[in-house]
Design a protein around this ligand. Structure first.
Ligand code: SF4
Length: 377
């Protein structure tokens, strides 16, 4: 299958210019969708249904191993990044083949797959090992159209971006940054171990490259007001990310956040407020930003709260209904011109020095062989 590259896709959808006129309809608008939904955008791009298959390569995280701090984010069940989990890992080939088989059992027609490096920080390793791993995923089958790589914005030194850029010449590649919020108080509350400056740095150094960027956002961080959340939405346009993943804050068992929710110290957002916040958020981002998710959840056995996020389809329908009730769409409240000007300022060459913390660079240099690379097959 011929894989359209990022720039081709943008020109096909007439949408790469953030100052695009509001009367110019994009494909998703012509299809009557309220927002630029991920599944539909992949179908348009690849000519059929594309499914992601998660791969666990046994990475750890600089927020867990002490490179930036220990303990991890307050919502993250990072006990699973332990040596025992590494012992249970299967090879890349096994993980992808099993994932592909399981998708095929569920759906009749699938045009291809994206290998999704999801748990932990998937750029936290020596560059030669990253290359071996990424290429191993892509080489598993012709049906693997590309990669999605989840990481932190403070863990993408220039050589990593160069490598990913190179892979994106022939494949779809999405680099998913855990931005969460643009407010440092919120990042501190969740013990991220980085501030928003890291996201700005990562996006500045990602600009103009061939891979896609995706920002993972959490709505419902305690202490953040509605206005704070809307500032994060505006920042999405300013940073010029290609895609967003919106998640409600949720708490799982045996995490610091889970304990605080159980003891009543932290409350989760209510469903109605979440729906309104998602619609307000999407109204403020550019029309060409792809919306990969509108909610997040965890397996019922682990989830503490909120339980409403388990009803994913109903939640998505409710978000679409809210758009219909308002008669609005994604981008209706995006202020194109000011965001475009800010984006140009963001790319000022004087600020393009790699800001990756030395402690992360030092750990990368010492990292032992990634568990899945030790396996045959
Ligand atoms: S950065 Fe990601 S992997 Fe690391 S502790 Fe936070 S949520 Fe977990």
């Amino acid at each position: 299958m011929n894989i359209p590259q990022k720039n081709e896709v943008h020109s096909m959808s007439e949408s790469s210019d953030v100052s695009i006129g509001k009367d110019m309809l994009l494909d998703w608008q012509k299809e009557g969708l309220p927002f630029n939904a991920f599944g539909a955008s992949l179908r348009r791009r690849f000519g059929g249904r594309i499914q992601r298959v998660s791969i666990d390569a046994g990475f750890t995280c600089p927020n867990v191993d002490g490179a930036v701090t220990k303990g991890g984010c307050n919502f993250c069940d990072n006990r699973s990044f332990s040596p025992s989990r590494r012992g249970r890992l299967a090879s890349v080939l096994d993980q992808l083949n099993r994932g592909i088989e399981s998708v095929r059992r569920r759906y009749d027609k699938v045009a291809g797959f994206i290998a999704y490096l999801q748990p932990a920080t998937n750029t936290y390793g020596p560059i030669d090992q990253l290359e071996e791993l990424y290429r191993a995923c892509l080489d598993v089958s012709d049906e693997v159209m590309g990669l999605a790589i989840g990481t932190r914005p403070d863990c993408v030194p220039d050589p990593v971006l160069d490598l990913i850029d190179q892979l994106a010449e022939k494949h779809y590649v999405s680099l998913e940054y855990g931005m969460q919020t643009m407010h440092d108080a919120g990042l501190d509350w969740m013990n991220r171990g980085h501030h928003h400056a890291s996201m700005i740095d990562a996006m500045q150094r990602s600009a103009g490259r061939g891979f896609e960027t995706c920002a993972h956002i959490i709505l419902g961080i305690p202490g953040e007001t509605h206005a704070d959340r809307m500032e994060t939405a505006v920042e999405i346009g300013r940073l010029q990310v290609d895609a967003v993943k919106l998640h409600n804050l949720y708490a799982v068992r045996d995490t610091p956040l889970g304990e605080e929710v159980l003891s009543g110290k932290v409350e989760m957002m209510q469903r109605d407020e979440y729906i309104e916040t998602v619609v307000d958020f999407l109204e403020r981002i550019p029309r060409d930003v792809i919306v990969e998710r509108v909610s997040g959840d965890a397996p019922p056995d682990f989830l503490i709260a909120p339980l409403w996020c388990l009803e994913k389809s109903a939640l998505r329908l409710a978000i679409e209904k809210e758009f219909a009730r308002r008669g609005t769409q994604q981008g209706d409240r995006f202020e194109g011109d000011s965001a475009a000007a800010a984006a140009r300022a963001l790319r000022a060459p004087a600020t393009l020095q790699d800001q990756t913390p030395p402690s992360i660079l030092a750990r990368i240099a010492k990292e032992r062989t990634l568990p899945v690379l030790k396996m045959k097959g």
